[in-house]
Write a new protein. Sequence first.
Length: 576
Amino acid sequence: MSEAILSVQNWNMFASSLIIDTCVRFGADTFFISPGYRDAPFIAALSKHQGTRLISCFDERAAAFQALGWAKAKRKPAVLLCTSGTAGANYLPAVIEAKTDHIPLLVITADRPFELVHANAQQVIDQRDLFGRFVKKSLDFPAPSPTLSAKAWVSYTKMLLELSVDRLSGPVHLNLPFHAPLDPIETENRPTEAHIIEAKEQLQALHWASEVSAESCWSSTLSRDFQDCLTRSKRGLLILGRLELSAAEKVVIRMLRDKLQWPVFADVGSGLKYESSLEIPEPSIPSARRLLDSYAPDMVLHIGKRLVTRHLDDVLNRLKDFNYWVLTEEENVQDPYHLSSRRQYRPDWQVLESCAKAFKGHLIKENGNFSKLALQLAKIEGPEFHFGNVANSLRKLSQGPIFLGNSTAIRAFDSWCFGSSQAHEMQANRGVSGIEGLLATTIGLSLASRKLWTLVVGDISLLHDLNSVISLAQSEAKVIVVLVNNLGGRIFESLPVQAYPWVKDPLISTPHALNFQGIAAMARLPYSACKSQAEFEAAYSLSTAKGESCIIECQQGAEADLNYLRALRALEFIHE
């Protein structure tokens, strides 16, 4: 084990270096830092540690989403650092997403010492338990002083790091007050040689909790019951929700899907969408919904997290007398209708593999109907350039990973793309499906993976994250921003509130007449605008060839998506 790197100029830097060295030994070596002065001792200690990667972020909200993206890619905690006061409060949206979607973060908030917290001092709030139930644990460390116990500081930091990745990962919070001096000056009262030796011994003796197998192991009774349900089923339906799978687990899912030969709906976050010729159209489209209702599956097997769409839940709620198995790592109920037939368990991959190998599927004639419907839907063109055109072009052209914004962006890929094609790596913030921090998250993913990413985002979402446009221009990250500007929050055009324009406009749909050319110019990012699918494909192909960050603005009419959706809904399909 390498020797500990400690800063000993004063107690603040010494205490900070204990935390930093513990993080680096754990593998949490990337720190996202926002400006301030109260965190200066920590920044000084970071600057002296050669084993760290420092990302400067002038906006805390964007910093937190960058850290979220980095942790998504690395599956280990990113470390956030900010000054005191309201700075840490700006982390909250990303912390909530991390807690809900099980992304590990270590959030460090610098603080004033206790005697100033309730004394009307400047830039101070009570930061204890700042993030409430949205962190797995929050600890308030004491202000560093000669009574500091290196053993305790290292032990508690280790505890937080291990907790952040324990089975259901998530964010943890460390609140760290500092007395003056905040500058990297050498003080007379500083750590002694005995303090330094004790700290180094503690750090070099660190042992991390070995990975305890979190795999589920079903009883023989449950395994037989599951296998019997599969065997008895005549009309099964396979639903693949969002999944984070190992290569071996993907092999099992594919084997099970191909052996069952059931109609399958794969969520865009499953990593398996577009692969199978058995994939069915999403039932928000009336012809698909009618076909699925008439198919009336006698068994539904849902593997993974919740779907982007709620419409399959609606279909299940109308079914009678069917076996409903939900296999997920989630602790929450994954069924908004709370169906009495639901049986929810953590998946046992060995049982799934043995079932896949043993299963003898049979021809399901309705599969032909689903395939024919998908072919007919794929031929439908909207009267003008719409979000579905962008999604289908990216399916064809993109060779790298794609991050999908929420609202219409993710639904265009999930519901408006028909037929099989090459699989794509796709990510999204679906913990709470917020529209903020989407570019920031993609920057973090690119920093961690060192790949060129494509972000697909709507205009309102990007307006929520304009600071990140500046960050992108200053970052090592490489992101092609595909911005669909349809002049407002157009997802609401497809909802029942569309019939009540006096409610919808302007307070829900937030219409505007902006374009983003000036934003790109301010950030000095390459920019192009397109008004047709052909123009977009040309601009995107050129951008991927260059491999540099840029903004491609797809300028679309306010009703373009609504008109395309009307065309899809108008299809009359006669099934056999």
